[in-house]
Design a protein around this ligand. Sequence first.
Ligand SMILES: Nc1nc2c(c(=O)[nH]1)N[C@H]1C(S)=C(S)[C@@H](COP(=O)(O)OP(=O)(O)OC[C@H]3O[C@@H](n4cnc5c(=O)[nH]c(N)nc54)[C@H](O)[C@@H]3O)O[C@H]1N2
Ligand SMILES: Nc1nc2c(c(=O)[nH]1)N[C@H]1C(S)=C(S)[C@@H](COP(=O)(O)OP(=O)(O)OC[C@H]3O[C@@H](n4cnc5c(=O)[nH]c(N)nc54)[C@H](O)[C@@H]3O)O[C@H]1N2
Ligand code: SF4
Ligand SMILES: [Mo]
Length: 693
Amino acid sequence: MVSYIDIRDGVFHAVCPLDCPDQCGLLLHKKDGKIIKVDGDPEHPVTKGHICNKVRHITDRIYDENRLKFPLKRIGPKGEGRFERISWDEAIQTITSNWKGLIETDGPESILPYSFYGNMGRLSAEGMDRRFFHRLGASLLDQTICSAAGSVGYKYTMGGSIGTDPEETVHSKLFVFWGINAVSTNMHQVALAQKARKENGSKIVVIDVHKNQTGRLADWFIPILPGTDSALALGMMHILFAENLVNDEFLQEFTVGHEELREHVIQYDPNTVSAITGVPVEDIYKLARMYGQTSPSFIRIGNGPQHHDNGGMFVRTVACLPALTGQWLVKGGGAIKGNSAYLALNTASLQQPNLLKNKQTRVINMNLLGDTLLAPDLDPPVKSLYVYGTNPAVVAPESNKVRTGLAREDLFTVVHDLFLTETAKYADIVLPATSSFENTDMYTSYWHHYIQLQQPVIAPVGESKSNVDVFKLLAQGMDYDDPAFLETEADMITDALNNPHNPLLDGISYPSLTVQPYMKANVKPMFPGALPTPSGKIELYSEKMKEDGYAPLPTYIPLKDDGDHPFQFVPAPTHNFLNSTFSNNRKHITLEKEPRVFMNHQDAFSVGIEDGDMVRIWNERGECELKVSVGEQVLPGVVVTQGLWADSAEADSAPPQPQAAAKQLVNALTPARIADMGGGATFFSGRVSVEKI
Ligand SMILES: Nc1nc2c(c(=O)[nH]1)N[C@H]1C(S)=C(S)[C@@H](COP(=O)(O)OP(=O)(O)OC[C@H]3O[C@@H](n4cnc5c(=O)[nH]c(N)nc54)[C@H](O)[C@@H]3O)O[C@H]1N2
Ligand SMILES: Nc1nc2c(c(=O)[nH]1)N[C@H]1C(S)=C(S)[C@@H](COP(=O)(O)OP(=O)(O)OC[C@H]3O[C@@H](n4cnc5c(=O)[nH]c(N)nc54)[C@H](O)[C@@H]3O)O[C@H]1N2
Ligand code: SF4
Ligand SMILES: [Mo]
């Protein structure tokens, strides 16, 4: 639907749609019907006019000449990328007649929706799509690729995705960025820390396996071996208890299991912990004492250490630290893993699982896409895949398996995206998607507490359509006449905001969002009051974990055996891309330059590799080729890459590389093993060999 603002020029409020905690308020400058400039909105209470470079250049993406403008059907082999234009009628007709056939022959669960948060809009990412697939009775997707393990781990300790209000962290005296590359991935948390450092002399500590931009701005950077962070947190607890740096009143009143924990952490003495983590004994003491003696202290828990075999237990463990020193009662103290619970919507109204009519549909873990597509005995087999808001051929683990699965001749694949992504090249039908500035949608941050409405600022590019509109068309094509598919975006937002279980949304409505660009959840102090854990307190000991088969106390569990390769492989995200988004846009590729692998000089010396050499990185799952950067940025035994690069670093539609020949595809090497909790991903728990080419 085109709104009145489409025809006017001027400056318009907008919200960043990307999967980034900051969810910046934007101002779009529009002239002659086109966005000519993107700025931060100085009025946004948290992001205050500052935005990242990626989004400053987002118009290069929105108006990229390669944006999809029409529906396409494949005319060459899967993966090759040859398509021809078709009409929307033909596209919808082809998809729905295929699905009607599959429902007859194999049942609706042979159809698998595969999506993630390429656009964080709640209607786009989990609105009309869910209604549609519920009505169809498709397989359900368990969206585990990002923060599933850590969210479950945090929940065992704290009861839900609730943490410190980031606006208050400016009062903190100590910021611990733990496994988060916040300069790239949460820049406004860094801005708050820098303000505190400047105004109050606050200290910034970064604990990471890679001295990246965030490590470089720290007052103290602590390098650690991958997957060993729980041991470091337990070593800190050992010292906090031993040196009586704990807050006994807080422990008594607000926690369960502090006596058990005190006994339990005796085994994690600094010598033992140092041997596990690679952190020197004196640094473990220094860190524990700094943490125990500084108040307020704030821990920003990142996604890095939770993308491991033991990632859930890491977050569960580190989430105990603020309780030991009573930080939850101190303004600006505490921790943030994620804050999504404060803005929890009425998902039953938004997603309408009632349309499933009590059918139990199977659930497929998205990290297992390759295995799922290749499984010989899955009943029913997945015969159709509908991909939107994600690019699994690049971002999913074990990508060679994923691509082999996508190449299956009997798999009917539809991809809805703004670009002909690596995944789209395998599709039978490709549908063009609008950018978020062409749609109405609602955005809730998972870090700060603000909610924002996006209304269309520009007209859809070409014949592109929003996710909501495509699912409405698909519903029509399937002859579904449920009222759920007739609702407007405004209706859906109203449904979603009307959540009797979340009083923090009181007063926030669709009409109020149309006049107030930024509305905040009515957040109250967390203590005193009951937490959503079984005991209502912070669970240092968790009976629920015991029931679920975990150690009930925080515990260090080593990574799984991943073969005999000498290096731990950490393929992390990068500054100028957002996952694989922007990896196909010329401006962003130019900013990012080229993909590299970071290696310690001792390792490089011992295998005869020099800075700037091209190396082959390989294991049983696959290989890739990158330029090496030798130095002190990583510990010996660890290699790190940054960025999910496109198959071809050329922004134009260069001939696609055949399957498994994409040289920069780091996920060819990553394991599709499932983490300890929540079905999470283990991108950083793989091992590799490295050799000079
Ligand atoms: N610029 C940019 N911003 C982004 C993204 C992006 O791709 N680019 N992605 C977005 C998304 S979807 C997410 S989930 C977030 C993720 O953002 P973050 O929370 O920052 O998580 P990661 O970038 O995955 O990893 C963070 C850090 O963990 C380190 N690390 C890896 N393993 C370990 C370990 O075992 N221990 C410790 N201590 N550190 C470890 C890595 O070196 C990396 O510096 O960022 C979002 N924002
Ligand atoms: N090696 C390694 N792999 C990783 C990670 C890592 O750290 N290392 N991080 C993992 C994490 S945390 C995450 S969250 C995943 C993320 O991976 P993805 O969810 O795949 O994220 P993107 O690569 O940004 O792809 C999003 C796609 O959605 C499309 N899109 C944007 N808006 C819309 C829309 O409105 N409609 C439709 N239909 N499409 C749209 C974009 O054009 C883009 O192609 O990657 C994971 N993969
Ligand atoms: S990607 Fe993050 S930092 Fe950049 S504009 Fe969007 S919300 Fe802000
Ligand atoms: Mo993510």
